[in-house]
Design a protein around this ligand. Structure first.
Ligand code: ADP
Ligand code: ASP
Ligand code: MG
Length: 615
C-alpha cells in the first residue's frame, strides 16, 4: 500500500472552484490505489487578513491569542475540503492539528513539532476515508493551540508523511506498512525555480534539487517551501514533489544529493527582502562574549542569520549579525541592557536585503564568490556584509538595490539557461515516490531507519551529526577597507588570478569602513598576503592587511542548524566555558563553523563533541 500526502497551499484552495479541483485530485490519488492524507492551508489571503484583524484591536496581540486566531483559517479549509470530497462521492473526514495529536512546544507563533500520533489517521485511512488535516497548527502539552510559523503547512505535510512512514503504529493494532510514502506540495507555481519567478521572469524550473540545496534556498528567502519542512524530508527520507495545482505537469523533486548535482556550482538564488543588520561595536574581545549575545537571542527564539564577527584589535571586537526585519524591535530590546553591560554601542540598519546563492558544487569549485561579487560590482551595488558557508554565499545590500542585485547574480551564473540534470526523466506517473530516478543515493539502511523511528518521539529536535577540525587554513584580514562598491570584488579577483582558492569569507561593516577576512590554504598564505597587499595599496594606501597562520576551523554539521536557535547557543556556550575565544563565525542550515586559535583546536573539537553528545 502506498501513502500520498497532498498539501494544498492558500492559492490552491482560494475559492470553491479550486477547492473542488483539489478534491478531485485527492480522489484521483485514492482511486489509483493510494491511501491519501490531504493537508490544507488557509484560503487565499486569509492568514494575512486575520493578522490585520488582530492589529485593528491591538498593535501587539498576545502570541497565544494570535495562534488561536490564525488557526481558524486552516479550520475553515479542512471543513470545506471534506465537504467537497464528500460531495464528489468519496469518503473524507477532517481533523484539526490537535485532533490528530500534533504536539508542539509552547513557542507561540513559531512552535516546533515534538510528536505526532498516528492512531486516529491510521484508523480513518483503514476505514477508507481520505484524511484531511489542518496545516500550520498543533497543540502544546497544556492544550494551547499553537502555530508553526508562516508557511508552516508545508512542514505539517512533510512531518505527517515522515511519521506515517516510520511509525509502526500502536502495539496490537494492525497497521499497514507502506511500500512507498511521499509528499506532494501543490502550489501556484509548477515547481521550484532558480529564483522567485515573480521577481525574475527569466528564472527556470528545476527538475530536481537536493534537500540541502532546498534547505538553504528556503532559509535564505525562497518562499516556495517552508525550510523546516525540508528538515523533515531529509531527516526522515521523505521525497517531496513540488508541483502546480493547476496542471498535471511534472514539478520539482526534492531528493537526496545525486552525483551530477556536485557539478552544478550554483543551482539557485534568493532574496531575503526584510532583513535588519545589527552591529555591536566595541565589545571586549574575550571568550564568552559572543556566547552571551547569541544566547540572549536564542533565549528569545530570535533566529540570527548572517554573523560576521570582526577580528579583534586593541582588545575590542565588533559583532555584526542580521535578524528578520520584524524581529528587530525585540532583538534591540534584548540587546540594549547587554550592550550597556559590555560597554558596547549598538548600530542598526533596517533597510537591508540579503541576496544569496546556493549550490552543491560550491564545495568543490573555486571562484564562485568572486563571480558573485564582480556581478554586484558591475551593477554598482555595495555589499554591507558577506558571509559564506558550505553551499551558500550571502551578501547584504541596501533594500532598494535588492531586486537589482538578485537579477545581476541570477544572470551572472547563467541561471536562466537550462541546467545539467534538467529534463531527466521524472517520477514515471503520479505518486511513484520510490521510483524517483535522479541517480538518487540509495535509501537509508535498516539501522538508520530504526534510529529514525526512535527520533519520532522528538521529531523536530536538533540533529548534529558530526564535528570536524581543520587546521589546514590560514587567514588574511584586511582592516579598514573603503566601504565602496567594487572593493571586495577587486580583492577576490586578484586572489583568484593568483590561483588561490578562498574558502570562508566574512565581511563586516563597522564605523563606516569594512573589515574583510578570508581563509586560504596554509601553503598559499604568504602569497595571498602579498597579492592582497598589492591590490589594497591601490584601493587605499591606509588600509592594513594581516595574515594569521595560527587558526583552526571547527565545523558542526547537522540539519536545521540555523533555525534551531539552540545549536549556536550550545556551541558558543561550550567554547565559552573552556575559555576558548571565537574569532570568526559562519552559519547555515547544514553547518556552523567557527575559527579559534590553532593551539586550542584539539581542545575545542573535544569540547564540541561532548556538547553534542558525539563521544
Ligand atoms: P502556497 O500558498 O501554495 O504555500 P507560497 O506563496 O507559499 O504558496 O509559495 C509559492 C510562491 O513562492 C510562488 O508563487 C513564488 O512567487 C514564490 N517563490 C519564491 N521563490 C521561489 C522559487 N525559487 N521557485 C518557485 N517559487 C518561488
Ligand atoms: N496559512 C499559513 C500562512 O499563510 C500557513 C501556510 O499557508 O502554510 O502562513
Ligand atoms: Mg507556502
Amino acid at each position: 500500500m502506498r501513502l500520498v500526502v497532498q498539501k494544498f497551499g492558500g492559492s490552491s484552495v482560494a475559492n470553491a472552484q479550486r477547492i473542488m479541483a483539489a478534491a478531485r485530485r485527492a480522489i484521483r490519488a485514492k482511486q489509483e490505489g493510494n491511501q491519501v492524507i490531504v493537508v490544507v492551508s488557509a484560503r487565499g489571503d486569509t492568514t494575512d487578513e486575520l493578522i490585520e484583524l488582530a492589529k485593528e484591536i491591538t498593535e501587539q496581540p498576545p502570541a497565544r491569542e494570535m495562534d488561536m486566531l490564525l488557526s481558524t483559517g486552516e479550520q475553515i479549509s479542512i471543513a470545506l475540503m471534506a465537504m467537497a470530497i464528500q460531495a464528489l462521492g468519496e469518503r473524507a473526514i477532517s481533523f484539526t492539528g490537535a485532533q490528530v495529536g500534533i504536539v508542539t512546544d509552547s513557542t507561540h507563533t513559531k512552535a516546533r513539532i515534538k510528536s505526532i500520533s498516528t492512531a486516529r489517521m491510521r484508523q480513518a485511512l483503514a476505514e477508507g476515508q481520505i484524511v484531511i488535516v489542518a496545516g500550520f497548527q498543533g497543540i502544546d502539552e497544556n492544550w494551547n493551540i499553537t502555530t508553526l510559523g508562516r508557511g508552516g503547512s508545508d512542514t505539517t505535510a512533510v512531518a505527517l508523511a515522515a511519521v506515517m512512514k516510520h511509525d509502526a503504529g500502536e502495539p496490537g493494532v494492525s497497521t499497514p506498512g507502506y511500500s512507498d510514502v511521499g509528499c506532494e506540495i501543490y502550489t501556484d507555481v509548477d515547481g521550484v525555480y532558480t529564483t522567485d519567478p515573480r521577481i525574475v521572469p527569466e528564472a527556470r524550473k528545476m527538475d530536481f534539487i537536493s534537500y540541502d540545496e532546498m534547505l538553504e534556498l528556503a532559509s535564505v528567502g525562497a518562499g516556495v517551501m517552508h525550510s523546516r519542512s525540508i528538515e523533515f524530508g531529509k531527516k526522515f527520507d521523505v521525497p517531496i514533489h513540488v508541483r502546480s495545482s493547476f496542471s498535471d505537469a511534472e514539478g520539482t523533486w526534492i531528493v537526496p544529493e545525486a552525483e551530477w548535482m556536485r557539478d552544478v556550482v550554483v543551482c539557485g538564488a534568493a532574496l531575503g527582502r526584510d532583513e535588519a543588520r545589527i552591529s555591536l561595536n566595541g565589545v571586549p574581545d574575550q571568550p564568552g562574549v559572543s556566547h552571551r549575545v547569541f544566547a540572549a537571542m536564542a533565549d528569545h527564539h530570535i533566529v540570527v542569520d548572517m554573523i560576521a564577527q570582526n577580528v579583534g584589535e586593541g582588545g575590542k571586537a565588533a559583532i555584526g549579525f542580521t535578524v528578520l526585519g520584524n524581529e528587530l524591535p525585540e532583538a534591540l530590546r534584548v540587546l540594549r541592557p547587554l550592550a550597556a553591560e559590555l560597554g558596547a554601542s549598538i548600530e542598526f540598519d533596517e533597510q537591508v536585503s540579503k541576496v544569496s546563492i546556493v549550490g552543491t558544487g560550491m564545495r568543490t569549485h573555486s571562484g564562485v564568490a568572486e563571480r558573485m561579487f564582480a556581478a554586484l560590482a558591475a551593477e554598482n551595488v555595495n555589499m554591507k556584509m558577506i558571509t559564506t558557508a558550505d553551499i551558500k554565499i550571502s551578501v547584504l545590500v541596501s533594500r532598494k538595490e535588492g531586486v537589482k542585485a538578485l537579477r545581476a547574480v541570477h544572470q551572472a551564473f547563467g541561471l536562466g539557461q537550462p541546467r545539467p540534470g534538467a529534463g531527466q526523466p521524472g517520477g514515471k506517473g503520479n505518486h511513484q515516490f520510490q521510483r524517483r530516478p535522479v541517480g538518487a543515493v540509495s535509501p537509508k539502511t535498516n539501522r538508520d531507519l530504526a534510529a529514525l523511528t526512535q527520533q519520532l518521539a522528538s521529531m523536530e529536535d536538533i540533529v548534529v551529526s558530526d564535528v570536524l577540525l581543520d587546521t589546514d587554513q590560514g587567514r588574511i584580514t584586511i582592516f579598514g577597507l573603503p566601504d565602496k562598491p567594487g572593493c571586495c570584488s577587486r580583492v577576490f579577483q586578484a586572489v583568484a588570478s593568483a590561483g588561490i582558492i578562498v574558502d570562508m569569507i566574512v565581511q563586516n561593516l563597522s564605523l563606516g569602513r569594512t573589515e574583510l577576512s578570508f581563509s586560504v590554504p596554509q601553503a598559499d598564505l604568504d602569497r595571498a598576503l602579498k597579492v592582497t597587499r598589492e591590490v589594497v595599496a591601490v584601493l587605499d594606501p591606509t588600509t592594513r592587511v594581516a595574515a594569521d597562520a595560527d587558526i583552526a576551523r571547527l565545523f558542526v554539521h547537522g540539519v536545521g542548524m540555523r533555525t534551531h536557535t539552540g545549536v549556536a547557543r550550545r556551541m558558543f556556550g561550550a567554547l565559552a566555558e573552556r575559555g576558548i575565544n571565537i574569532s570568526m563565525i559562519n552559519t547555515s542550515e547544514v553547518r556552523i563553523s567557527v575559527v579559534v586559535d590553532r593551539a586550542r583546536g584539539e581542545e575545542a573539537l573535544v569540547c564540541l563533541k561532548e556538547a553534542f553528545n558525539l563521544v
